[in-house]
Write a protein that binds this ligand. Structure first.
Ligand SMILES: Cc1cc2nc3c(=O)[nH]c(=O)nc-3n(C[C@H](O)[C@H](O)[C@H](O)COP(=O)(O)O)c2cc1C
Ligand code: SF4
Ligand code: SF4
Length: 260
């Protein structure tokens, strides 16, 4: 196998980016990090890609845990793509450091901007702006693929210094609190007990109690439960009832369930 891309996603942006990179590279397997954990596959690809969303200006915990399991593998070329909504900040520098600690070399790290799925701060923005981001992302993916095929070693992409100082401090302060941030989820009267939120959660953090979802404080803050609820019944804090839901238009619930 030429390349394997390991992805993590809440609303499909990172899966879509992974698919597009795979199309450009050819001979590429796509694996959700959840599948890899379950099936314990060995990696025998020359090229390995890590594609994931930026969470709170850094690398989400499940991707850090996944990298820790890669100790001992020795791919020739590893690239990463930090999919974000405009502020990659220190994410790829942090990733490179974590990989070095695991005796892995990150050959190149790219950032790609996509619509935001961080609904506490609002919806994904107007359709026109979303489509502009998809177009620009596709162009960037094509140029990234050229560099991956040539196995180019290059510095990782990063945000401005002020972001890296300020937002890395916030990331470090928040990191251990993420699992309990699900305390702000609640469900409104539209819930019809379909259990899709339980099935789409990558952390198996949601159980049903008396026909309603309950969050069990193992949350990864991916927002898949809220964004994929077909009834739009899941809320977070006070403002989300009025905000538009989002998932990538070319990624469907069945794609998400397959990777859980
Ligand atoms: C908890 C959380 C934190 C986020 N933090 C950031 C951030 O620090 N910078 C940023 O640009 N986008 C941030 N986002 C937005 C996502 O990175 C972005 O929408 C991404 O494309 C989602 O990818 P996915 O659909 O693969 O999950 C955050 C999203 C969530 C859910
Ligand atoms: S996905 Fe939505 S409607 Fe279905 S059980 Fe969960 S909250 Fe209720
Ligand atoms: S509870 Fe919701 S936000 Fe938390 S990990 Fe599960 S799907 Fe993601």
């Amino acid at each position: 196998m030429g390349a394997t891309i390991f992805y993590y996603t809440g609303t499909g942006n990172s899966l879509w980016v992974s698919r597009k990179v795979a199309d450009e590279l050819g001979d590429t397997a796509l694996l959700s990090i959840a599948d890899y954990k379950d099936e314990n596959k060995t990696i025998n690809s020359e090229i390995v890609g890590l594609v994931f969303p930026v969470h709170i200006w850094g690398v989400p915990a499940p991707m850090i845990q996944f990298i820790n399991t890669l100790k001992g593998s020795n791919p020739e070329y590893v690239f990463a793509i930090a999919v974000n909504a405009g502020q990659v900040s220190n994410t790829l520098i942090q990733l490179k450091k974590i990989m070095t600690e695991n005796r892995l070399n990150l050959s190149a790290g790219f950032e790609i901007k996509m619509p935001s799925n961080y609904i506490p701060w609002g919806g994904p923005g107007p359709q026109e702006k979303q489509h502009k981001r998809f177009e620009l992302a596709q162009e960037k993916i094509s140029s990234i693929a050229v560099r991956i095929k040539e196995k180019v070693q290059m510095p990782v992409e990063k945000g401005p210094l002020w972001q890296r100082i300020l937002f890395t401090a916030i990331y470090n302060m928040s990191f251990s609190h993420v699992p309990k941030m699900d305390q702000k989820f609640w469900v409104d009267d539209k819930c019809n007990a379909c259990e899709i939120c339980c099935k789409v959660c990558p952390a198996a953090n949601i159980t049903m109690c008396e026909g309603k979802p309950v969050w069990n404080h193992r949350c990864e803050q991916c927002f898949a439960c809220l964004q994929w609820c077909p009834q739009e019944a899941i809320q977070y804090g006070k403002k989300t009832p009025k905000y538009e839901r989002y998932h990538h238009p070319e990624v469907f619930l069945k794609d998400m369930l397959k990777s859980r």
